[in-house]
Write a protein that binds this ligand. Structure first.
Ligand SMILES: C[S@@+](CC[C@H](N)C(=O)[O-])C[C@H]1O[C@@H](n2cnc3c(N)ncnc32)[C@H](O)[C@@H]1O
Length: 182
């Protein structure tokens, strides 16, 4: 009898802890992701390759991926010859995974993944910015990037456009923007 009570009680405690962990993980992460950026939907391999090609990466480039997910843009940018690649990502699991990928590819000296909202990202030295976010954030992001990027920086956006900025290039639904002096 006592054993049965113990099993029921400990089972209930495990279920309650699992529920609390799920609420923390999905409620605590999904809501900020939905309201301050985008959920984790990685760009397709074809899109990544096209975006890297459109970025025309040079050895002097500093890349930033706003919402870097599993880190695929960071790795491919370094492989394409960029000097450094910074990712801003709020999902702790993706931060750990992308840092591990950078280390596995021996790129930990060139890739830095910040567990931080991209709204607080320092883009003052970025020469290339990759984006794959939700359309409702593009207005605020346009203002941040126009104000904070150095002149000549290029932005490559998957799928979504800025409301007031005209792309200099477009391929399928990939848009390239350039920060000019005017
Ligand atoms: C659509 S996914 C794109 C991932 C990657 N850039 C790609 O194209 O494969 C958006 C990513 O942004 C992250 N994210 C959402 N809001 C964010 C925020 N405010 N700051 C940093 N990362 C954010 C999500 O966790 C997710 O990994």
């Amino acid at each position: 009898m006592e054993l049965a009570i113990f099993i029921i009680l400990s089972g209930s405690i495990i279920v309650i802890l699992a529920c609390l962990a799920s609420i923390f993980w999905f409620g605590g992460l999904l809501l900020p992701i939905l309201f301050s950026g985008a959920p984790f939907v990685p760009s397709s391999k074809e899109r990544v390759d096209t975006m890297i090609k459109l970025a025309n990466i040079k050895p002097t480039d500093h890349v930033v991926d706003m919402g870097s997910g599993e880190g695929q843009f960071l790795i491919k940018s370094i492989k394409a010859g960029a000097q450094s690649a910074d990712g801003y990502e709020i999902h702790p699991g993706l931060v750990v995974f992308s840092r591990w990928r950078a280390k596995r590819n021996k790129m930990q000296n060139k890739i830095h993944v910040f567990q931080k909202s991209f709204w607080k990202a320092d883009v003052s030295k970025a020469t290339i910015v990759f984006l794959y976010l939700l359309p409702n954030h593009m207005v605020k992001l346009e203002t941040k990037l126009k104000n904070e990027l150095p002149i000549g920086a290029r932005i490559i956006s998957n799928e979504f456009t800025f409301p007031n900025w005209t792309p200099v290039k477009q391929e399928e639904k990939i848009y390239v923007y350039e920060k000019t002096g005017s």
